[in-house]
Design a protein around this ligand. Sequence first.
Ligand SMILES: Cc1cc2nc3c(=O)[nH]c(=O)nc-3n(C[C@H](O)[C@H](O)[C@H](O)COP(=O)(O)O)c2cc1C
Ligand SMILES: [Mn+2]
Length: 487
Amino acid sequence: MTTSTTSTSPGAPFTDLRRWLAHLSNSGRVAVMREDTPLQHTLAAIAKRLDGRQAAYFPKPGGHAVPVVSGFMSRRAWIAEAMGVPESELLQRFRDAAERPLRWQEVAKGEAACQQVVHRDRDVREVLPVPTHSEHDNGPYITAGLVIARNPATGVQNVSINRIQVHAPDRMAILMLPRHLWAFYKTAEARNEALEVAVVIGIDPLTLLASQAIAPIDCDELEIAGALHGAPLRVTKCLTNEVRMPADSEIVIEGRILPGVKEPEGPFGEFPKYYSAREHREVIQVDAITHRREPIYHTIVPAEMEHLLLGSIPREATLLAHLQRSFPNVLDVHLAIGGVGRYHLYVKIKKTHEGQPKNVICAAFGAHYDIKQVIVVDDDVQVHEPQQVEWAVATRFQADRDLVVIQGAQGSVLDPSTTIGQEFGDGVAPPPHLQGLSAKMGLDATRPVAYHEHVFTKVRVPGEDEIDLAAVIDTAARVDFAVGAMR
Ligand SMILES: Cc1cc2nc3c(=O)[nH]c(=O)nc-3n(C[C@H](O)[C@H](O)[C@H](O)COP(=O)(O)O)c2cc1C
Ligand SMILES: [Mn+2]
């Protein structure tokens, strides 16, 4: 494998996992481990050490025939590259795809690579190399499974990633936060029916990203994947149910989320880098496992860059669209990685009126309940650079004048600070309607629209951005500093 500079030149989108992995590998961005990496902790530890630098590929992990890959979407620049756009156009491209989805195309069964091998009545952990990630996790978890289901009322499909605990040969517990999959399940459960699902593991980078779109409930995220690909996604029907899933997937677990059944799930180390407590959760009954010949299994190490970016980029795209509807002078947004890609939003505006940043702050709180802190900055601040944002706060913000605090709003249930002061007894979680109660904080770190002379002019040196260092540095010259003369 050669080490070369990361290519960021725009091109055609990558529509295939194996082609994307080959591309990363050819540019020195895949580290291949020795065989036999233990599936418990060691695999995740290695992937975590390489996070954001190289994808990790594990042949025969724990002696298992199926290899594991992790971290192939762990940089913002790589995600833009997979889309075939410069990084500056990443949000716009995602937004275009979300606004103009492309209907999928069903292919004949024989053409579905993901059904080349079929298993029934097999232990999931024997067929698949499911790793155990964090110290206190309750065992092996599927962390990169796209859960595809059909709306029982309309038949329209939905895609999301959900953590899935594999705790029995053919039963898995799933966390469904109250979004679309949850709504489908509740509809099915009210009829005392199971909800049919496909859990897809090992899929191209853009379909993975599309699964995280904040779209209306009647939008099938596989159609956003098609729009990102620039061609309809090839899908096929599961063998044991009606769900359509990508025909070129590596691995598919077919099953049903059972009505009225809950089993203990967790603890599990989540994206805020804390554990979710053990609770009773819904259960998937596994009906079949299908895969390609020699499939690749994908695992996402929780809370690492792949996890944070997959969630944050589609959210940024939606938040930017939402804010620009009311404020055309909003230029860019960023969900800071220090805020786990979910809680802290930086907004760049070309401010036209005093007070306007506070309106932007309020609009951002309304856009997603996860947002806990908003910092609004001017157009001379780069929102993707936390140091620049901190500089704006340090020099343009006064707490008595520029701070907005809202008490007791809805926040993220995975933020452990939201549960303080809600003691319900040892090991007893607060009821769902009391979870995630959170304050919101907004900081207006913009300068006044009008100011005297250069009070708020950022210092710059003429030419600092344009100087061509290669043209001005004399690499052959040597100075004898002891004498102070050129030699
Ligand atoms: C790696 C990863 C793991 C996730 N795990 C869960 C989960 O366990 N439960 C959940 O409800 N959402 C989880 N999410 C978030 C959902 O997949 C995401 O919000 C999705 O857009 C929801 O889809 P929907 O709006 O169609 O319901 C996860 C996201 C990622 C990237
Ligand atoms: Mn959805």
